[in-house]
Design a protein around this ligand. Structure first.
Ligand code: AGP
Length: 621
């Protein structure tokens, strides 16, 4: 999730864009850059690290011009560095592109262009696009009039994007089209700001809200031609379209949260996209797919495995607990889950035939990093599933699969958890294929179920109004129990963690079968019990648990499937999700529990995004 901005008008562009990038920093900030067109020449400044580094560079070497584009990066392809920072230029240095998204077929485009003589300077997917546009301009200019102009640039970008697969919000400048910015959008956000004698583009409205509140939101497969006098809009087929202008009422703070009250609820609602982006371009080829191509994990390593150890902390640990079920079921290799802070001090018996799977949103958690180092000291290989490119854990690992959730600003982890589960599901499928324990037909079924998950998360988000009612009824309670079984037992743990860390209510997650071994002594009319009773091979056991709780005066919040017969008592609450196969259900079942925790915390007046005593990344022991 990066931030892009653009300006064309009569004022100096760079100060406008730098302020715009500052207002998009929540979208990612591991490097940044700006390119401006002045006197028929495009010039560029880029810096790794925070935006302040680019600021300092521009103070020493200013950029002039009233036409410019800028970018703040959250790396997905290629480490955070100046050479990987946007904007990216073509071979002639007269064409420049900024991009937010993931180009799935960038490698094949890059290979073909390299073979035809193009020189690449970065590891990014974006650079393949700028060279492809350059190629289209060359081909078109042979047929067009000698002097270049805007329609040629538009047509070159249009043709190039018709060969690109993936997600993009991008902007293009060309020194031979000095009155124009071309923009395009598919699957990544792009909004146009219409000023008086000036036009803006950005990933999100905060970037230009102080200049204009008149916004045009591009839809997937649309392009825009920005000029200072106004903008025109087209489909990728070149058909002109009319777009509605939306007056933006938000203030800046609300705009950074897309109108949501907190980053956490914004990020809960971003979970469908987090899942989509984390699997984009990674589902096929199944054989020698993403683990081989992108994570660098040789199938031979997987075939020779003795044991897998999943190591993490907190929410990431709960993701590992689910990943373990998937790995043992699909990849037929023993897997155990370790709390990193315990594992790092244990005299464990790892060796070269063991694989440690380290899961971490930040990639900086001290205990997980120490566990990784402890494993490597014993000769084990380490595979990291992480959201932050270039973080310490990814640098220590042998193989890395990045989730692509964008920055997670809320301290309570939500969309990163969805990304971790998506990454672990991909790992289990591809490892099963590599080890021959998962037949292609079954693998395809699972992948097709994975593709449906974002839609299922959207359906789960529709329960929010009903969940708010439950939160209103129960937010004054002092204790909660969460129970589930099998694949969803870790979701009971995660639901309890969400509630306790943001509402400060004591909550415990339990394997439902453990209830009768002690925790049922807690059950009375004053401790709500969340029961995850969606479709599973143990669903009838959970129905018995509900009866056990009710027999002791307890009240349940029952999460089940539409159409399931649930014997709910008059004081019970029932939340229903569309029925689905058990295997991937944890990725969806967590959503109502996140929403319940969030709304209870809001009703209790808690600081949801920065809960007391907590930090987003625990970089100390
Ligand atoms: C989860 O809501 C917490 N913020 C915390 O448990 C977190 O998951 C844990 O600290 C691990 O962080 P990491 O994923 O960055 O390693």
């Amino acid at each position: 999730m990066c931030g892009i901005v653009g300006y064309i008008g009569s004022r100096p562009a760079v100060p406008i864009l730098m302020e715009g990038l500052r207002r998009l920093e929540y979208r990612g900030y591991d490097s940044a850059g700006i390119a401006a067109l002045a006197g028929g020449v495009i010039d560029r400044r880029r810096a790794s690290g925070k935006l302040g580094n680019l600021d300092a560079l521009l103070r020493d070497a200013p950029l002039k011009g009233t036409l410019a584009i800028g970018h703040t990066r959250w790396a997905t392809h290629g480490k955070p560095s100046e050479e990987n920072a946007h904007p990216h230029m073509d071979c002639t240095k007269s064409l420049v592109v900024i991009h937010n998204g993931i180009i799935e077929n960038y490698l094949e485009i890059k290979d073909a262009l390299t073979a035809s003589g193009h020189k690449f300077e970065s590891e990014t997917d974006t650079e393949a696009v700028v060279h492809l546009i350059e190629e289209k301009i060359k081909a078109l200019s042979k047929r067009a009039r000698a002097d270049f102009n805007d329609p040629l640039l538009f047509e070159a970008v249009r043709q190039a994007l018709n060969e690109v697969r993936g997600a993009y919000a991008l902007a293009v400048l060309w020194s031979k089209a000095p009155g124009t910015i071309i923009a395009a959008k598919t699957a990544s956000p792009l909004v146009i700001g219409l000023g008086t004698g000036e036009s803006f583009l950005a990933s999100d409205v905060p970037a230009f809200l102080e200049h204009t509140r008149n916004a045009v939101f591009l839809d997937d497969g649309e392009m825009a031609v920005l000029k200072s006098a106004g903008c025109s809009y087209f489909t990728l087929a070149g058909k002109k379209v009319r777009k509605q202008v939306h007056p933006i009422a938000w203030d800046r703070t609300m705009a950074e949260k897309a109108g949501h009250k907190h980053f956490m609820i914004k990020e809960i609602h971003e979970q469908p996209e987090a899942c989509e982006d984390s699997m984009r371009g990674r589902l096929y080829p199944l054989r020698d797919g993403v683990l081989q191509r992108e994570a660098g994990l040789d199938p031979a390593v997987l075939r020779g495995l003795r044991q897998i150890y999943l190591v993490a902390c907190g929410t990431a640990h709960h993701a590992c607990m689910i990943g373990r079920y998937w790995i043992e079921d699909l990849a037929d290799v023993p897997a155990q889950v370790e709390i990193a802070s315990e594992f790092r001090y244990r005299e464990h018996v790892l060796g070269p035939k063991d694989l440690v799977v380290a899961v971490s949103q930040s990639g900086e958690t001290a205990d997980t990093l120490a566990a990784v180092r402890s494993a490597k000291d014993k000769g084990s290989k380490v595979f990291a599933v992480c959201n932050c490119v270039g973080s310490a854990i990814t640098r220590a690992a042998d193989f890395v699969l990045y989730t692509r959730c964008g920055p997670e600003c809320g301290v309570a982890s939500t969309k990163a958890f969805i990304g971790q589960l998506t990454g672990l599901a991909l790992f289990a499928v591809h490892a099963g294929i590599a080890r021959g324990s998962l037949k292609e037909a079954r693998a395809r079924e699972i992948v097709e179920d994975l593709v449906r998950i974002p839609g299922r998360i959207r359906a789960a988000l529709k329960l929010e109004p009903r969940i708010i009612e439950i939160a209103e009824a129960l937010h004054k309670k002092s204790n909660f129990l969460y129970i589930a079984r099998h694949l969803n037992f870790p979701i009971a743990m995660e639901g309890a963690l969400k509630l306790k860390e943001i509402s400060y209510i004591h909550a415990e997650g339990y394997a439902a079968g453990e209830l009768k071994h002690g925790p049922i002594a807690l059950v009375d009319g004053d401790i709500p019990v969340m029961v995850i009773a969606t479709r599973s091979k143990v669903q009838d056991k959970l129905a018995s648990n509900v009866m056990e709780v009710r027999a002791r005066g307890g009240r349940c919040i029952i999460l089940c499937a539409e159409g399931d017969k649930v014997d709910a008592g008059k004081d019970d609450y029932v939340l229903r999700l569309p029925p689905m196969d058990e295997l991937l259900s944890p990725i969806v079942n967590v959503v109502p529990l996140q929403l319940l925790a969030y709304h209870i915390a809001v009703l209790r007046g808690c600081d949801v995004d920065q809960p007391r005593n907590l930090a987003k990344s625990v970089t100390v022991e």
